[in-house]
Design a protein around this ligand. Structure first.
Ligand code: 5GP
Ligand code: ZN
Length: 114
């Protein structure tokens, strides 16, 4: 989508601090980190949210989790622990309408979230 900020980041039109990239997925540091490690993992193709995951595009989600598995090893949080979150819709706290998975780690994370 042309006016989508994460589509622009995926295309390199807006700069980001990249952690991982391949032809389908980009991972980059969140601009407002909520934890010592706060990475966003996105599909390069526009998917609005979890609500738009379907039989045609769902393989990207499995790929994203394989990528997350690599990133947590690289960033040294695989053993200490981490959380993966995808906020969906207004009450879920989603502010960017392009599917993304927050990868949070490096501190004790409270549960339940606010
Ligand atoms: P949401 O609130 O939709 O779950 O998460 C959106 C996340 O994107 C927020 O944590 C916010 O800090 C991050 N974010 C918004 N705009 C940018 C940006 O231009 N660059 C980066 N790196 N992160 C962004
Ligand atoms: Zn987008």
């Amino acid at each position: 989508m042309s006016d989508c900020i994460f589509c622009k980041i995926a295309k390199g039109e807006i700069p980001s601090k990249k952690v991982y990239e391949d032809d389908k997925v980009l991972a980059f540091y969140d601009i407002e980190p909520a934890a010592p490690v706060h990475v966003l993992v996105i599909p390069k193709n526009h998917i609005g949210s979890i609500n738009e995951i379907n039989n045609e595009n769902s393989s990207i989600v499995a790929h994203i989790f394989e990528v997350i598995n690599k990133i947590v090893v690289e960033l040294n949080i695989a053993d200490t622990g981490y959380r993966v979150v995808s906020n969906c819709g207004d009450q879920g706290g989603q502010t960017v309408g392009h599917l993304h998975f927050h990868l949070l780690g490096g501190r004790n994370l409270a549960w339940p979230p606010g």
